[in-house]
Design a protein around this ligand. Structure first.
Ligand code: MTE
Ligand code: HPA
Ligand code: MOS
Length: 756
């Protein structure tokens, strides 16, 4: 059969037309298929921490249109939707964060449910709330940890030619997916439960429903058509909503819809973890790192969620692209009375990397060396191992990308130009920075690194592909379609990727860790290979030029099965957390970015003038999709590091719970010049189609913007060391400029020693 090449072609996203015309359906659109659906609304606790003393639902039941109120008494199984630790009661006796749902009202209309919820009488006994990392540390309030990861010997770092200590406060981030959380559940005709859920992890939704209802998973089927963005926020945080919908349908026999409004989504769902990092570091006079100690404290919120693997990923990425010769890392997860912080693009990696970039810049400015020189001097070289003992495969790409990008972005020329600009401007300063990225690809829990597929060929030669991954806008289904078309040698249009369903491919992992294509694409390719072997045998007995459809029809008549299951497990990955040694990642994705900013010293406002990115996507399966991922990931990172600020007030109420108070990046924040390139001749033969993961790594390229802002702030003073908490909002930048002008940087390191 002839080989069509569609992988590697710049095809548009498979739903691009639907996205812009509105024809692409999302979970909540499907509610129209359920005419007798009930709507759910929660009774929200007005305290960040309190005991529920008494509950009276009867006034709600007299509200017209209210059908029932779901309480703990309705749960036939286990009333908990928590991932991992099962520490998230659906109907809590102790309220653990402001606005936590206490019970849920089901109504004929949303309005009836809302009015009913207002009538429920709950008596609370307020308790003291822990709302910051500092308070949690002082109170010894931890969800988990401390975890440790160490290499070499840090005992001598205080004696290094340059030694300093400091801390960095890192803010969280709201996912702000356009589609808020939604689930619709109904009873199927066998008495089981089916659900549509906007989830990255339909298999876990199935698990949670079966847990709550006390029925086997075989009686539950979950489907996810597509999501309007997820960004990690729907990896486990979709569980409670689908659980409530399932419980509601179990009790009433009618379909139940749970859809969070934007305000509810903001108030109830977890965010990127805020971090506090306390560090000490030693360098030689040339800016070569001698050793580093870092203690991380993440703000986990009220329950464990994915906080452990997220903290581990921060520890794994504390090196970024740098060889840490002597290193001691510890990490603890604080329990606070806030939403349960969760997965968000980068999954702890961004926080870990931000700290080492902070330390390197601090060292460079203390040594009066350009930060890019200090960065480069500390790069991993071929043959180096990470601080957890993994060989850094293709380490030479770090230097290759760096040098290519410095040339293509005209870094040295612009450095000089900016110096001249800054000499001639008192109240406006420009800054330039280049920062690298190395991001480990694989789930750090080994067992998640598997995927399945079910490929069906019909007698007319048309193809349906089922796989375990979910589509959240990232283009996974587009890549899968291309891989399947290539795998079977048919045109793209012959392949239809089906909605993700737990009854097509069982026991799947979340679509996360950027590994969606690596895992599911390889499983689909495996199924296609099996089918090709069978079809080639049939085709061998047919005349040259027989069409694919004719071969399929002939195969059917010869009783050759036209469907196959595919499977993939990532080879040779393992990690021993006790020893802190192993190979948790199949490979690393590399990239670098150069950003230039201009700051207005009167206001602290800045403009992003230009960004150049060089990204290693291996041999891209889908260049338009990958370009979108790099641009979107970068901008989302810029939002995290420069604009988006979560403010909880003294009562634990999130004060920035809407687009009016929470500043998101928009058109005006896109760099005026934005160049994105892919590293050439970069195929990785150990990954499906030679491609490399692209979903998360570009987010961390936004560190170049924070560093460019720092560079510009420094230009208001003598160029010496300075810092500011993240995000670098105009307000913080303004105060940093003031401090730089008076040559006393705010939050300067606690201690510094310089030996000449
Ligand atoms: N891109 C879009 N448009 N929407 C998303 O929700 N999620 C990101 C990334 N890119 C996301 C996205 C996150 S957090 C991950 S882990 C990956 O996509 C997941 O998909 P992949 O493994 O198929 O890359
Ligand atoms: N990355 C993303 N999501 C995850 C991981 C991970 O390493 N582990 C569990 N969920
Ligand atoms: Mo992405 S944070 O791994 O869903």
């Amino acid at each position: 059969m002839s080989r069509m090449r569609v992988a590697g072609k710049p095809v548009p996203h498979e739903s691009a037309r639907g996205h812009v015309t509105g024809e692409a359906l999302y979970t909540d659109d499907l509610v129209l298929r359920f005419p007798n659906v009930l709507h759910a609304w929660p009774v929200l606790a007005p305290h960040a921490h309190a005991l529920v003393k008494s509950l009276d639902i009867s006034p709600a039941l007299s509200q017209s249109g209210v059908v029932t109120v779901l309480t703990a008494a309705d749960v036939p199984g286990e009333g908990d939707s928590g991932s991992n630790r099962h520490d998230e009661p659906l109907f809590p006796a102790e309220v653990m964060y402001h606005h936590q749902p206490v019970v849920w009202v089901l109504g004929e209309t949303l309005e009836a449910a809302r009015l009913g919820a207002e009538r429920v009488l709950v008596e609370y006994e307020p308790l003291p709330a822990i709302l910051t990392i500092e308070d949690a540390i002082a109170a010894g309030s931890f969800l988990s940890g401390p975890f440790k990861l160490a290499d070499g010997d840090v005992s001598g770092i205080e004696a290094s030619p340059l030694y300093f200590e400091g801390e960095l406060i890192i803010g969280g981030q709201e996912h702000f997916y356009l589609e808020t959380h939604c689930a619709i559940a109904w009873r199927d005709e066998t008495g089981g439960v089916a659900a549509h859920s906007s989830t990255q992890h339909p298999a876990e939704a199935q698990e949670v429903i079966s847990r709550v209802l006390g029925i086997p998973r075989s009686r539950v089927a979950v489907e996810c058509l597509r999501m309007g963005g997820a960004f990690g926020g729907k990896e486990v945080q979709s569980n409670p909503w689908v659980a409530i919908a399932a419980l509601g349908t179990w009790k009433t026999g009618r379909p139940v819809r749970v859809r969070l409004t934007r305000a509810l989504d903001f108030a109830l769902t977890g965010k990127r973890h805020p971090f506090l990092a306390c560090y000490s570091a030693g360098f030689d006079q040339d800016g070569r790192l001698q050793g580093v100690r870092i203690s991380y404290y993440s703000d986990g919120g009220w329950s464990l969620d994915l906080s452990e693997p997220i903290l581990w990923r921060a520890l794994f990425h504390s090196d970024n692209t740098y060889k840490l010769p002597n290193v001691e890392l510890t990490g603890s997860i604080c329990r606070t009375h806030k939403t349960s912080q969760t997965a968000f693009r980068g999954f702890g990696g961004p926080q870990g990397m931000l700290v080492i970039e902070e330390i390197l810049d601090q060292a460079a400015r203390r040594l009066s060396l350009p930060p890019e020189v200090v960065r480069e001097r500390n790069f991993y070289r071929e043959g180096d191992c990470t601080h957890y003992g993994q060989l850094v495969k293709d380490a030479d790409r770090i230097e290759t990308i760096w040098q290519h990008l410095k040339i293509s972005s005209e870094f040295d020329r612009r450095r000089k130009e900016i110096e001249r600009f800054n000499e001639h401007h008192v109240h406006h300063k420009r800054g330039l920075a280049i920062t690298p990225v190395k991001f480990g690809i694989s789930f750090t829990a080994q067992f998640f690194n598997q995927a399945g597929a079910l490929v069906l060929i019909y007698r007319d030669g048309s193809v349906q592909v089922n796989h375990g991954g979910t589509e959240m806008g990232q283009g996974l289904h587009t890549k899968i379609q291309q891989i399947a078309a290539d795998g079977l040698g048919v045109p793209l249009e012959a392949v239809r990727v089906m909605p993700t369903r737990t009854d097509k491919v069982p026991n799947t992992s979340a679509t996360a860790a950027s590994a969606g294509t690596d895992l599911n694409g390889a499983a689909v390719a495996d199924a296609c290979r099996q089918l090709c072997v069978r079809l080639n045998e049939v085709a061998a007995g047919l005349p040259e030029g027989t069409s694919f459809a004719q071969v399929c029809e002939a195969a059917y008549r010869k009783r050759v099965p036209l469907f196959a299951q595919g499977y993939y497990r990532t080879p040779d990955i393992h990690f021993d957390p006790k020893a802190g040694r192993g190979k948790p990642f199949h490979y690393f994705a590399y990239a670098a970015a150069v950003s230039e900013v201009e700051i207005d010293g009167f206001t602290g406002e800045y403009r992003l003038l230009r960004t150049d990115i060089l990204e290693d996507v291996g041999e891209s399966v889908s260049p338009i999709v990958d370009l979108g991922q790099v641009e979107g990931g970068f901008i989302q990172g810029v939002g995290w590091l420069t604009l988006e600020e979560l403010v909880w007030n003294a009562q634990g109420h999130l004060a920035t719970a809407g687009a009016s108070t929470y500043k998101l990046p928009s058109w005006s924040e896109i760099p005026e010049v934005f160049n994105v390139d892919f590293l050439e001749r970069a195929a990785d033969p150990t990954v499906v189609m030679g491609s490399k993961a692209v979903g998360e790594p570009p987010l961390m390229l936004a560190i170049s913007v924070r560093e460019a802002i720092r560079d510009a702030v420094a230009a208001f003073g003598d160029g010496g060391p300075l810092t500011f908490a993240s995000p670098a909002t105009p307000e913080r930048v303004f105060f940093a400029v003031q401090a730089a002008r008076t040559a006393k940087a705010i939050a300067t390191p606690i201690k510094e020693v310089m030996r000449q």
